[in-house]
Design a protein around this ligand. Sequence first.
Ligand code: ATP
Ligand code: LTN
Length: 332
Amino acid sequence: MRRVFSGMQPSGEPHLGNLLGAWVSWVSLQDDAECIFCVVDLHAITSPAEHDPATLRSRTLQLATGMLAVGIDPSRSTLFVQSHLHEHAECTWLFNCVAGFGELRKMPQFREKSEGRGESVSAGLFDYPVLQAADILLYHADEVPVGEDQRHHIELARDIGQRFNHRFGEVFTLPKAVHPPAGARVMDLQDPTVKMSKSASSEKGIVRVLDDPDRVVKKFRSAVTDSDAVIRHDREAKPGVSNLLEILAAVTGRGVDDLVDEYAGQGYGTFKAAVAEAVVERLTPIRRRYDELADDPGEVTRILADGAQRARAIAAPTLREAKEAVGLLLPA
Ligand code: ATP
Ligand code: LTN
């Protein structure tokens, strides 16, 4: 069976973009692949914005609980927290000695996040993609389901793996990125030209997976559209309406054209209410399951401990092999 690995940062509360762009495909991959999912807390501390330690800790548990609530099934998949395994940081060091300064400096995400920060930007942010390569390569993952924005990071992981294998012998499997089906780029409801993001400045444009129905309805009611009152799909000319159509298509499993036919001639008010209702329906069972799990945090931490053990059973031998290949003297 092919092996899949993916990760998500506990950098904020998960939103509709994380659900439709990542979690939905992760859940269905469980049916035909061996899946490993990771809460990448070591990545979250590279953010240029200072984080609050207590918040990071609670978000880490919250994100793991959210993954279980959407349907990551610990009896079939491995779910763990990145920092629970020292192997990730250790493998990063080996890869740091193979990765080039030039290729890291060119990474689009690094350029974006470091822009305007001059010399104060952390070495951790620069090294972010090397840690990501360690996450993936330690598990011999064949496929990495991620958003389009992660394409360069996965290519870098391949390059690092290939270079290591070439220099020291075949240790790592070269992964490939897989992207969820089209329509999985959820845009901000207040500014539909930017993607919905955990860390956006205004809460009004972000639908959180755990928002209660009233909040969801309010956010959709005030979603930015346009003034020509025609419901059709055109990302360029009508980004707001197109985003709502895509969200409705994703949560109902229906085609965008079919929805355009159904809502043609209706006002934006009715249409927005329909999208809100469909989203509430999609989120309600997740929120209920989340509340049940959150009532028993001991169960979630037990699942994470079990996940860490299963992850270590794969990562530790890979790291040992890599250290040996490099020429490090292994302890007796
Ligand atoms: P942020 O949401 O703060 O911008 P991020 O983009 O770094 O954070 P992660 O939590 O690291 O997001 O990403 C987890 C997964 O969710 C990735 O596969 C990413 O592509 C996906 N994702 C994030 N935002 C969206 C979105 N608006 N639409 C679709 N997929 C998304
Ligand atoms: N950078 C990724 C999160 C991430 C990841 C990974 C994804 C960290 N390690 C390994 C896939 C595989 C992001 O989505 N922002």
